[in-house]
Design a protein around this ligand. Sequence first.
Ligand code: SF4
Length: 362
Amino acid sequence: MNNLYVISGVNPTQMTINLLKYINPLSNKSKDIKIGIKPNLVCASPASEGATTHPEIVEGIIIYLQENGFSDIKIIEGSWVGDSTKRAYKACGFLPLTSKYNVPLVDLQEDEYVVKQYKDLEIKICKTVTEIDYLINVPLIKGHCQTKITCALKNLKGLIPDIEKRRFHTLGLHKPIAYLNRLIKQDLIISDAICPDPYFEEGGSPHGLNRIVAGYDPVLMDTYAAQVLGYRHEEVQYITLAEGEGVGSTLLNEAKIIDISSDKRNDVESELLGIKQKENKYLRLIEEADACSACYSNLVSALNQLNEIGLIEKFSEQICIGQSYRGYKGCIGIGDCTKDFNTYLAGCPPKAEDILAFLKGL
Ligand code: SF4
């Protein structure tokens, strides 16, 4: 059971259908179950940018499910704080799935929530999620500028309300992500590694891997994802925390990685391994304390652009960002949380272009 299944190719819809036919994941399930498909639509950018799930993969899942008699299917997602899920559904090419397959797109940013508790932590979870019988998680194998990588475990953060997403950052992200995975069980994972950005969760540097990976264990999947992106799983704290909480296993060496591609290549793993995280020398300029993902990512994006136009070397002062700066004084701050600083940029989160203009002005 604890295997990973890999397929490579150029047609994500057909690759997904082939994967599902091979692993036959719902063979013992009643046709009446309520199925939720959770892509990663963190922001409103097309999958070709490397940040969001390919709609073609979700289409392959829907075709497989409907051909096998499952009809109660929803796509569920809540984009990150500062972006709109509806905008993301549109920009990411998900609207045609509704009309073509009669599958609703649920905006979890507008959902009610219920409170659940695991150990010492209460977590708000979108109500729709609690009404689903079978959750298919469709994350990307992707880089993340705060947690190094994001894949199956962290993708569940889209299933909590915005207010809880913000709080997760104040709690340091890793522990609440691990605990969230005890409160929400993902039944099947189909990971998109078609052209993910290995450096940045907002995309912009897609890296063509032309690969989809399926499995049942989110810890194992994330261990694999970490390896693909050039990390040991121990370097991604929430993976080891989740393993410690019994969510899954990091023992990738003991799992079988089964390649079902028709044109099998012997160098598949060596091709995937070792995409190294870019050395972002200007990241040393950021003083981050509990920043929300969108806020932090917009700052990194602005610094990237500042670097490209050759202005980064002019910067020597630290730029502060994050919820822990509320009520504190300082020099340069980004976002409403730093409104007591001498110089700060308003916004929650401020846009990357506004941050760029603000930094240029300094
Ligand atoms: S300003 Fe503060 S609360 Fe708003 S997005 Fe940024 S870090 Fe989060």
